[in-house]
Ligand binder design. Structure first.
Ligand code: WTA
Length: 687
């Protein structure tokens, strides 16, 4: 254990509400980190919280270039549940990421790209390179009829053209809607239809675990472009695989770029406009499009890059998140470029050609800040420490985690083996909806507590409430909420779905309290007057599968569509590597002749085809009935308790509690609750 980072609580000047805190693992920053970090004085919390609006306004002025300054009296216009930051502002994200760095940094590396095939050379794109390409592609988009406010669907992997396409949309004020490549073509269709998008940007193929994943071919096979009535499809040639191209509709990127004009004036995007759409899973069968702003989002992202990632212009930052997720948007693309730093993009799988690939990349390029997800760390750790031996991690100075709670064991392994007990490890909690990090300890201030995300950022009013809306006491659990004035990078609504927006986030506690959907515990620790929070996970019907957010309802809809299926319920089951995996309970029609194995195959195929491989079910339990309320609503907490071996809770609310015996049998329940008729080993100790 490092003597430097691993100083004990007593020396750290951290307030602990409880007396016996001394044995807890608490780490504080090294002196080196304190010196380097932008923020190392905990008084920042008090300063910011005294007047959050003033704090954000000051940051906004420093971090972003505004064509039109906002009205000084209107830092934020709150009309809950809607809010508008920096009222009257005008800016452009592509201008802020590119143009303004040109004078001093035109030849600096903006993106270093590592292709998956090891025999292919890496690429370095300077700020000038990207600027040039973005301007041209913005003109291409305009020629294809894309305008300010047009939705543009992008189904692309981690290659430089994806960054260029996204920034080109920003330049002309079009709204990109980027779809994760491990989703199915059907997911592209759904998102194009919902957004009314008439253009798709994709690739012929890309490399994943040594194979070529042919995206355009899969779009054609599903006749997606025909079904959504797409007018244009731009195809980037990445893998040189053969693709069908429909005359007049499908265009090769390189051909279009040849004749494109060199400069495109950036559109002025105001506080009333939107910056982009990103579909995410909620409690309904269909993903919904979170709408983000432009200027206010940029402020949140740029500030968190400095506050939490401590990104300096000389850093090499690597966020392993795919661009199809919000982390890819905020911290693999916009954040690093807003700061004018260098970011690393890697095309392929973490375990290709073997599980040391990531460690080799850190060493090869000298990554200084490494941001990844607990599921990846667990998988790489499970492969054995021999894969990290001999790798030089001395360039690293900060580690960060995101996507799900990181368990203390994994935390410590990551901290000790990769961070060499030298680098602070920040556990960053946030959501697609918050646009940027919401909770995290700050690298120059700390403390870093395994399993505890930390306090909210300076300037954020947050709390943990009980079911009645009362703040819980220290050491108690409840639901994480954010209070006015909220944060600039938060969503501005759900596209075409204002009712859902109110229902998901603003109905539980009213319109002046943002409901996160996550359970949380007040840890009893405080820094700068702010309570450190441990996030326990979603309390709604959303799963985090290998850090990927998936709605149980999305899977249910697909399985329900199968002819033989009468009823289905999906819950998240714990998994040692992936955190959570989908477990299905299925009631089949009477007299179905197919074997369970055949049904398994059909279900897996349907899920992979309609949602994508990320959602592949781990296990399906075939049962004769599902527990329901009197009004016919499936009681998911029973199912969750069964697969997780936890308490099921009050069983008298069920219309048909007798079905629980069979469910306990198929799931081989070993939890603490006594289930009438069930004679498994489960409850015996409790009787
Ligand atoms: C979960 C990803 C615990 C949480 C940025 C949240 C976390 C959901 C953490 C959002 C963390 C994310 N600790 N849980 N550090 N980070 N989550 O929208 O349940 O893909 O609500 O955004 O991930 O997932 P999303």
């Amino acid at each position: 254990m490092s003597v430097n980072v691993g100083r004990r609580l007593k020396e750290a000047g951290i307030k602990w509400v409880e007396e016996d805190a001394e044995n807890k693992d608490v780490y504080v920053p090294t002196d080196e980190m304190k010196e380097k970090a932008y923020f190392s004085d905990e008084r920042i919390y008090a300063e910011a919280n005294n007047n959050p609006e003033e704090f954000w306004a000051k940051q906004a002025k420093e971090l972003i270039y505004w064509f039109d300054e906002w009205d000084a009296d209107k830092v934020v216009n709150l009309e809950p549940p809607y809010f508008n930051w920096f009222v009257g502002n005008g800016t452009n994200l592509s201008y802020n990421c590119l143009d303004r760095h040109l004078e001093e940094n035109r030849n600096k590396a903006a993106i270093i790209w590592e292709p998956e095939p090891e025999d292919e050379a890496h690429e370095v794109l300077t700020y000038m390179d990207i600027y040039r390409e973005v301007n041209k592609f913005a003109n291409v988009l305009k020629h294809l009829g894309v305008k300010k406010g047009s939705p543009v669907t992008i189904w692309m992997p981690m290659i430089p053209e994806t960054a260029i396409a996204a920034l080109a949309c920003q330049r002309i004020g079009a709204w990109h809607s980027i779809v994760y490549t491990a989703f199915a073509p059907h997911a592209v269709r759904e998102r194009m239809e919902d957004a009314g998008s008439k253009i798709l940007i994709t690739v012929d193929g890309f490399y994943r675990r040594g194979k070529i994943i042919e995206l355009k071919k899969r779009i054609d096979e599903g006749e997606i472009l025909e079904k959504v009535g797409a007018e244009n499809c731009v195809v980037v040639r990445r893998a040189n695989s053969e693709v069908g191209m429909k005359e007049g509709r499908d265009h090769y990127y390189d051909k279009l770029m040849k004749d494109a004009e060199a400069y495109c004036e950036p559109e002025v995007i105001t506080s009333n406009d939107y910056g982009f759409l990103l579909y995410t899973s909620g409690t309904t069968g269909k993903p919904k499009a979170v709408m983000h702003s432009c200027g206010a989002y940029s402020v949140g992202v740029a500030l968190t890059m400095k506050l939490v990632a401590d990104l300096h212009p000389d850093d090499l930052f690597w966020s392993t998140a795919d661009i199809g997720w919000i982390t890819g948007h905020s911290y693999a693309l916009y954040g690093p470029l807003l700061i004018g730093a260098t970011v690393l993009w890697y095309e392929g799988a973490p375990d290709y050609p073997d599980v040391s690939r990531w460690w080799g990349i850190i060493e090869k390029y000298g990554v200084t800040i490494f941001y990844t997800a607990p599921t990846a760390i667990r998988a790489l750790r499970a492969a054995g420490d021999e894969w990290i031996e001999g790798h030089d991690f001395s360039s690293l100075r900060l580690l960060a985690s995101v996507g799900e709670p990181i368990d203390p064991d994994t935390w410590k392994w990551f901290f000790e083996k990769i961070g060499e007990s030298r680098c602070p490890l920040v556990d960053t909690y946030w959501q697609t909806e918050t646009g940027g990090i919401l909770l995290s300890s700050l690298p120059g201030i700390g403390p870093f507590v395994p399993g505890v995300a930390g306090p909210a950022l300076p300037g954020v009013r947050y709390d943990v409430l009980d079911a009645n809306g009362e703040p819980v006491k220290q050491e108690e659990s409840g639901y994480l909420v954010v209070k006015p004035p909220f944060i600039p990078s938060m969503l501005r609504g759900l596209y075409k779905n204002p009712e859902k927006y109110v229902e998901e986030y603003w109905s539980r506690y009213g319109t002046d309290t943002y409901f996160s959907g996550d359970g949380a515990i007040k840890t009893g620790m405080e820094i700068g007057g702010q309570t450190l929070i441990k996030v326990t996970g979603r309390i709604d019907d959303v799963m985090e599968v290998a850090g990927h957010r998936l709605g149980t309802a999305e899977l249910e809809e697909v399985v329900q569509d199968l002819e033989e299926v009468v009823d289905v319920a999906v819950v998240g089951k714990q998994d040692a590597i992936k955190g959570e995996v989908p477990a299905l309970f299925v009631v089949l029609e009477k007299g179905v002749e197919k074997s369970n194995e055949d049904m398994d195959r059909e279900i897996v195929k349907a899920v992979r085809d309609k949602v994508g491989p990320v959602a592949t079910p781990e296990v399906t339990y075939y049962v004769s009935d599902l527990p329901e309320t009197e009004s016919g609503k499936i009681i998911r907490r029973f199912l969750k308790g069964l697969v997780r071996n936890e308490l099921l809770g009050d069983m008298t609310t069920a219309r048909n509690p007798e079905c629980l015996k069979e469910l306990a049998e198929v799931t081989q329940y070993r939890g603490p609750q006594k289930i009438p008729g069930y004679t498994g080993t489960a409850h015996l100790g409790n009787e």
